[in-house]
Design a protein around this ligand. Structure first.
Ligand code: PHE
Length: 387
């Protein structure tokens, strides 16, 4: 006899379980009679059709009719039944021309467990023998991974981590770093300025920081020497994206200020860091350079990790170092005494060094990536390789 939804008189958990179990048993039984698509449509409408499907009926006869104090509980159970019925109806659907998997004996019960086990638990709707929906595991982004690696090299040397805002003032990004207004060194930074700031004094105007060096100033404002900080973060420059440029990239800044810090300390620290990052056979060399906030300044080069510093490999010129044997990696120098004036440090008493390195550049070398855009395109095929 075809199943009809009964009216309920007893709203106890036990009675509900029983009624639910009956309903699901009926679903189970009727599902086996489905032999073709037309059958399935009738079956579907009977059970989940909006107008007068069984689900609509239990909503009216069980839930709406329930006494106030039982509503919560009944609602929960009715919801569970709804989920199971919907899943059961879906599990019975099959492509035209195929046999109902349920009848062919290939499939299992449209319900996962015999209905008589009760419907009180949601797990009843789970068929643990079905392949699950695999949820892809996330992986740390290669830039974050590299950044963490760099930071941990310095943490091991006793540095602490400081951060600063990505939207900076002209003062922190330039002025306090000894880039006077209109100084040509500002041009090297391809700055993205925030619009409509002209009414403010220059030092208060906002821009997207072009480097992490402003965090040097913020750290020195916050703490007295001795200072040893690393400052990882995102920076922005007005560069068109291509294989080697990106308007957004990342840097890790470092700053050490104390009494008697010398260029030797800078060299030793960075030589150690490069060996920690690229392997102990890597050599470093310091090449004269210019930054307004360091004096003297240097670019650090490492011996080419692709050709071992020889400039040649695979019977030809090494394309990575353009046969020079060296790869330029970061900027550094001794903190310019002018900078200390902005943060109330006594330049006669303290000295220090600073360095800044591009995280993408280091990741590109470490992982042999040939296009910086890969880091930003969000293509899982690339990113999952770092999982
Ligand atoms: N901030 C510089 C840049 O982005 C790098 C740097 C940092 C140089 C610290 C010296 C000292 O180009």
């Amino acid at each position: 006899m075809a199943y009809t939804v009964p009216k309920l008189k007893d709203w106890s958990a036990k009675a509900l379980d029983k009624a639910g179990a009956k309903l699901l048993a009926a679903l189970e039984q009727e599902s086996t009679a489905v032999k073709n698509k037309a059958d399935w449509k009738t079956f579907r409408d009977r059970w989940i059709g909006r107008k007068n499907g069984v689900l609509t009926q239990i909503n009216d006869l069980w839930l709406k009719a329930a006494p106030k104090d039982a509503k919560r509980d009944v609602g929960q159970r009715v919801n569970e039944i709804k989920q199971q019925v919907t899943a059961g109806v879906e599990a019975t659907a099959f492509p035209e021309g195929q046999v109902n998997p349920r009848i062919a004996g290939e499939g299992r019960s449209v319900l996962s467990r015999p209905a008589s086990r009760g419907v009180g638990t949601v797990t009843a709707a789970l068929d643990i023998s079905l392949p699950g929906n695999r949820r892809a595991l996330g992986a740390e982004h290669p830039i974050i991974k590299t950044m963490n690696e760099i930071v941990s090299v310095f943490r091991n040397l006793g540095y602490s981590v400081e951060e600063g805002p990505e939207i900076e003032t002209d003062y922190y990004n330039f002025e306090a770093l000894n880039f006077p207004p209109n100084h040509p060194a500002r041009d090297t930074q391809d700055t993205l300025f925030i619009a409509n700031q002209e009414s403010k004094p220059l030092r208060d105007r906002l821009l997207l920081r072009t480097h992490t060096s402003p965090v040097q100033i913020r750290s020195m404002e916050k703490m007295k020497p001795p200072v040893r900080v690393v400052c990882p973060g995102k920076v922005h420059r007005n560069d068109a994206p291509d294989a080697t440029h990106s308007p957004i990239f990342h840097q890790v800044e470092g700053l050490a200020v104390d009494t008697n810090i010398t260029f030797c300390d800078l060299k030793g620290t960075l030589d150690h860091a490069m060996k920690a990052l690229f392997g102990s056979s890597v050599k470093t060399r310091f090449y004269p350079s210019y930054f307004p906030f360091t004096e003297p300044s240097a670019d650090v080069q490492i011996s080419c990790i692709f050709c071992g510093g020889t400039g040649y490999r695979d019977g030809g010129r090494c394309p990575n170092c353009k046969a020079s044997g060296w790869i330029e990696l970061l900027g550094c120098g001794m903190v310019d005494p002018n900078v200390y004036r902005f943060v109330d440090y006594d330049a006669r008493k303290v000295s220090g060094f600073a360095f800044g390195m591009g995280v993408e550049r280091i990741a590109i070398l470490k992982y042999g990536v040939d296009d910086i855009q890969l880091f930003f395109n969000g293509d899982a095929r690339f990113l999952e390789q770092f999982g």
